[in-house]
Write a protein that binds this ligand. Structure first.
Ligand code: GLP
Length: 237
């Protein structure tokens, strides 16, 4: 794992943006996995700026989001559809049909997961997956105990995740209890992983992820086995 230590969230977003832009300039039809949460917000703002300056274009880019809550409509401000529209899609020139986010309102959720996996397969592969880290070591919404070879699936959210994400909702009772997420196997198939972790509160879990035992109890620890991970963090680890 390559580790880039930065001083703050601005430097993190700047460095991450440059890595994404370089990849986009090298690959004719980039396929990118996207994350939500507070960590990548500034990265997305930087990418929007580069598109608006005319430096890059998403016209030939396809994206796949890591995860989505079950039961929230795309116009619900707490859904990841809404987040992506607000922070990235509305500011860039991506073709509507090329920005894929799991549908948490699908009647048959298992079928939705299979459809999503198929779309990724049809796209070839993810050239880059942008990834954040949950306080309990989750990636996407793959909670502790998720098999390392899992594909896109329906999950019950951990109590810790519900609590951590309640800051985006009016009350903890409004946080959905279920979500759809790319599996750990799906994430590990990405050619390159851009792993973004910020904030002292994640210091302990990040040390376990990077230096600890590779165990399904710490989902992100599997990244130690991925051949091309770049971690950008403001944490001294
Ligand atoms: C959520 C998302 C994850 C994200 C994590 C960290 O649970 N499902 O994909 O990485 O939160 O978010 P934050 O960057 O806000 O700490």
């Amino acid at each position: 794992m390559k580790i880039i230590k930065v001083k703050d969230s601005d430097e993190l977003a700047e460095k991450a943006m440059k890595i994404v832009v370089n990849m986009m300039l090298k690959i004719e039809k980039p396929v990118i996995g996207l994350a939500t949460g507070s960590t990548p917000e500034k990265l997305y703002a930087n990418l929007v700026e580069r598109v608006q300056k005319g430096d890059i274009s998403f016209k030939h880019t396809t994206t796949f989001n890591l995860d989505e809550y079950v039961g929230l409509s795309p116009d619900d401000p707490t859904s990841y559809h809404y987040y992506m529209e607000k922070h990235l899609f509305s500011g860039i020139d991506i073709k509507k049909g090329n920005a894929h986010v799991l549908n948490g309102l699908a009647e048959d959720l298992e079928e939705e997961c299979e459809r999503f996996e198929q779309l990724i397969e049809d796209a070839g592969k993810l050239h880059m997956q942008i990834l954040g880290l949950g306080l309990n070591g989750h990636i996407g919404f793959n909670e502790p105990g998720t098999p390392f070879d899992s594909r896109t699936h329906l999950v019950d959210l951990d109590a810790m995740t519900i609590k951590a994400n309640s800051r985006f909702f009016n009350s903890i009772d409004e946080v959905p209890k279920k979500a759809l997420t790319m599996g750990i196997g799906t994430i590990m198939d990405a050619e390159r992983i851009l792993f973004l972790v910020q904030g002292e509160k994640k210091a302990d879990i990040l040390r376990k992820v990077v230096y600890g035992e590779v165990t399904e109890e710490v989902p992100a620890s599997i990244l130690q086995h991925h051949p091309n991970v770049t971690l950008i963090t403001d944490i001294d680890i």
